[in-house]
Design a protein around this ligand. Structure first.
Ligand code: SF4
Length: 81
């Protein structure tokens, strides 16, 4: 490794963040939309529905992070376009 080797650089976080639900991992506990109702709701089956496709404010990003942290199935992630 040289001084200019950036192979250990963290992944890029450029772009607009969005909250993504892994439907195959979700068990429908409802903790996420209970924790962050400003960005998540549920459908009639109790599955989470993302209300904000793109997270455009610090408050929305914080709410998404809180929802992801509370999910016991690790079914939520924040992705960057
Ligand atoms: S907390 Fe996780 S497992 Fe539960 S409904 Fe939300 S995304 Fe699904």
């Amino acid at each position: 490794m040289t001084l200019h080797d950036n192979s250990f650089a963290p992944p890029s976080r450029a772009g607009v963040p969005r909250l993504v639900v892994d439907r195959s991992a979700c068990a429908g506990h409802g903790l996420c939309y209970g924790r962050s109702p400003q960005i998540l709701d549920c459908d009639d089956a109790g599955d989470p529905v993302v209300l904000k496709a793109l997270l455009s404010t610090d408050q929305e990003i914080a709410a998404a992070e809180a929802a992801a942290l509370v999910c016991p199935e690790r079914a939520l992630s924040i992705e960057f376009n």
